[in-house]
Design a protein around this ligand. Structure first.
Ligand code: SAM
Length: 250
């Protein structure tokens, strides 16, 4: 069933009235792109974990109305909330990283500007990119059946991002110079029943400087190797997230 997202207010209205009314860009997608009509069913994901199965009653140019048929709880969200802290890469690699990390269950993507970040972003670029990245995250979330749209944050300076992570979070630094510790060891130390959050820090093309690695370690990030080969920045996050999902089986 096709999936769309509704906000808290729409979910409350749906609960009270049994109806969901969609306006804005989703109308074009539903009516003109998917050509859905009265009688077709849509799954609406609310941000509180509920999902509303609803049947379209009105499929007009400006709005779509649907009658709620069933309410259930989302079952596709991972049990362990994971944030990808990603050194901003060159070109369009961030788009690939967004899409794949949403599929791999991240709840947020925090782009960071590091010493070796090549891309220079003006405030206008930041705004444009954030809007585009958020749209990409939403499309990926719809496609893979997520219960939420993962949050895409504005790029921030490395030190700020790293020093402001919540206490108690399992903080992991993917570091190609780490020789002994591995992702597997760190996850095993946390244990399969760990239900806190995890953040995974990935460097840009040029990697982290030794000073950055040391700073992250001072902020509680544990350096891990992701194997004997140097992975491209767009591969490293995907590989680490797949490892995390696989370990927690979520
Ligand atoms: N510094 C390296 C260089 O310029 O040759 C490579 C950086 S790598 C392309 C980008 C990022 O991916 C690294 O900063 C690290 O976070 C992650 N990464 C890649 N391979 C890794 C590995 N084998 N173990 C841990 N992290 C890795």
């Amino acid at each position: 069933m096709r999936r769309f997202f509704i906000d808290k207010k729409q979910a409350e209205k749906a609960e009270q009235s049994g109806m969901i009314v969609i306006k804005g860009s989703d109308v074009n997608h539903i009516v003109n792109v998917l050509r859905m009509r009265a009688g077709d069913c849509i799954l609406f994901s609310a941000t509180d974990g509920r999902e509303f199965e609803a049947e379209i009653t009105v499929s007009g140019p400006d709005e779509v109305c649907a009658e709620v048929r069933n309410v259930k709880l989302n079952t596709t969200e991972p049990a362990v909330a994971t944030v990808l802290i990603q050194g901003v890469p060159k070109g369009d690699n961030m788009v690939l990283i967004k899409k794949k990390s949403v599929e791999l269950g991240v709840c947020g993507i925090l782009p960071v500007i590091t010493e070796h970040t090549v891309v220079k972003l003006s405030p206008e670029d930041v705004l444009k990119k954030k809007t585009r990245w958020q749209r990409i995250a939403e499309e990926a979330a719809k496609q893979c059946g997520r219960g939420i749209i993962p949050e895409v944050f504005e790029p921030v300076a490395f030190k700020k991002a790293v020093s402001q992570r919540p206490e108690g979070e399992l903080k992991i630094l993917a570091y190609e110079n780490e020789e002994n510790n591995t992702l597997k060891k760190v996850l095993e130390k946390a244990g399969g029943s760990y239900r806190g959050s995890v953040s995974i820090l990935i460097g840009p093309e040029g990697g982290f400087s030794p000073e950055e690695a040391e700073f992250a370690s001072g902020c509680g990030f544990e350096a891990v190797s992701l194997g004997k080969r140097i992975l491209r920045t767009e591969t490293a996050g995907i590989a680490a997230l797949a490892g995390i999902r696989c370990y927690f089986e979520d």
